[in-house]
Design a protein around this ligand. Structure first.
Ligand SMILES: [Zn+2]
Length: 490
């Protein structure tokens, strides 16, 4: 922990800046969650290899006391500790709990939830695998190191936590819930000073975000035990005028019309994780939209895509056809439905990439509704190299003069976005509305370079005409595929 050996006054100077930044940050609100200790012998953090060690995911196993053994540690000593996750060999229900993503774990420092600001990630560093909490907003800020494997093999390895770090259980209204914290009790200023600059502002100061009102949230205690089912958080915006849907889609293009308690609303997303809901809520409020978070039960009709076997060593691209099922997406000239265009373009992109030897996974391969979070997590779990979401744009029906291609990225997808954007414009004669940065959910919560393409306006006279021509739709798709292949150097 080299940073801890820095002079304390340096840390404290930085800390003052950090705390000033945090005063306006929404993380203070997360204090509805508390933590309680876990017997350290009952949990283990594991670096799990994906695609033969091309990279690693974090898995946390928890042993239910007095039940069948969940894992075995081999060759404990100074070097790496190999883990045999026995649960892969038997029905572990009731004996072992397994967390594999941010629904199951997050980082908490000195009583502050940092899950909105930091993503837990295992990265290879020379002959070691290191567990980091990596800033999700200010990606130039340094990550916080939490532990390491002290060596490397091709198998499952125990992450040995650095001094001061431990695992704890999240509690909510005093009840334990199925979420594990990697936590450090040192004062917030020191930990953040070692880890990161204030994460909210990048360039211009971020607006002060209001806290989530507690009244609309039903204070239903989560089901006890370790299964995170049941309670979801639905983020909605009541429809107040003809532009509400478009305004919300400027923040989150997957938003769609729904009815909640007889009221017409735009549904932005349905989340298992309260922090995800909070973050998207904050983005909506920052755009002056009257967002609400309401509790909800698990989606009845959402489909969860299944990861097929992936050939060893292949490049994996996830194509994400926007909307589907009960959500038609934008509706344009002549009743044209965005979801149908997205499907046509995506299927053609899939064909073209497969013909070039790329493994393509689709977040939906039929006309079904897929939850926003499920789309991002699918790509993360599959260990995809790239993620490309395909949409069509819309503005008012009274603006047929608005047409053109927009390609969005959030962070690491910029070069991919530029490659796709220019390849489409080379292939199709259409207006250029530019490569843009946006905080769309599927871009923020995918861990690989990710892009969202708005292939034209269903409300635009020129673009809608193009969408009615299957050959022209194919040219758009071929451009997207070419842009992906160029990016991959193929
Ligand atoms: Zn869309």
């Amino acid at each position: 922990m080299a940073l801890l050996s820095r002079p304390l006054n340096t840390l404290l100077t930085t800390a003052a800046v950090v705390l000033a930044g945090l005063a306006a940050a929404p993380i203070a609100r997360a204090q509805q969650f508390e933590q309680q200790p876990i017997d350290p012998s009952l949990t283990v953090a594991i670096a799990t290899p994906v695609r033969d060690g091309a990279f690693y995911n974090l898995m946390i196993l928890e042993q239910v006391p007095n039940q069948r053994q969940c894992w075995q540690e081999q060759n404990p000593g100074n070097g790496p500790v190999a883990i045999d996750p026995l649960l892969l060999n038997f029905d572990f229900t009731g004996a072992c709990d397994r967390k594999t993503d941010s629904n199951g774990y997050s980082v908490r420092v000195n009583g502050q939830d940092l899950g909105v600001h930091y993503r837990l990630e295992v990265s290879a560093r020379q002959n070691d695998l290191v567990l980091f909490a990596r800033p999700t907003r200010d990606r130039s800020a340094p990550p916080i190191e939490i532990g390491r494997t002290n060596g490397r093999t091709n198998g499952f390895l125990k992450i040995q936590l650095n001094p001061g770090w431990q695992m704890a259980r999240r509690t909510y209204n005093g009840q334990p819930v199925g979420h594990i914290y990697l936590t450090h009790d040192a004062p917030l200023d020191v930990r953040l000073a070692t880890g990161a600059a204030p994460p909210l502002s990048q360039g211009a100061p971020a607006p002060a975000l209001p806290t989530v009102p507690s009244t609309p949230i039903a204070q239903t205690p989560p089901s006890s035990g370790t299964t995170p089912t049941g309670n979801h958080f639905r983020v909605i915006v009541p429809i107040t005028n003809n532009n509400t849907l478009q305004q919300v889609r400027a923040v989150e293009p997957e938003a769609f019309r729904a009815t909640v308690d007889g009221q017409s609303v735009v549904q932005v997303g349905l989340f298992r994780d309260r922090q995800r809901a909070d973050e998207i809520y904050n983005a909506l409020v920052a755009a002056s939209l009257p967002a609400k978070i309401i509790s909800a039960s698990a989606p009845a009709v959402a489909s969860t895509p299944v990861i097929p076997p992936i050939p060893q060593g292949s490049i994996v691209v996830v194509i994400d056809p926007g909307h589907g099922g009960r959500d038609p997406g934008a509706v344009g000239i002549g009743g044209m439905q965005e979801k149908q265009i997205n499907t046509a373009v995506s299927n053609r992109v899939q064909q073209q990439l497969q013909a070039a030897g790329i493994t393509v996974l689709m977040t939906r391969s039929s006309d079904v509704f897929v939850d926003l979070d499920a789309r991002a997590q699918y790509a993360n779990r599959a260990g995809a190299n790239l993620f490309v979401s395909i949409h069509a744009n819309a503005i008012s029906m009274s603006r047929p003069e608005v047409n053109g291609l927009e390609t969005y990225y959030f962070s690491s997808g910029e070069r991919l976005a530029r490659s796709i954007h220019s390849a489409v414009l080379q292939n199709v004669s259409m207006r250029d509305r530019g490569v843009r940065q946006a905080r769309f959910y599927v871009l923020r919560y995918t861990t690989m370079p990710s892009v969202l393409v708005e292939t034209g306006f269903v409300t635009g006279a020129e673009d809608a005409a193009r969408f009615r021509d299957p050959a022209a739709v194919n040219r758009i798709a071929d451009g997207i595929a070419r842009g992906i292949l160029n990016y991959l150097g193929r």
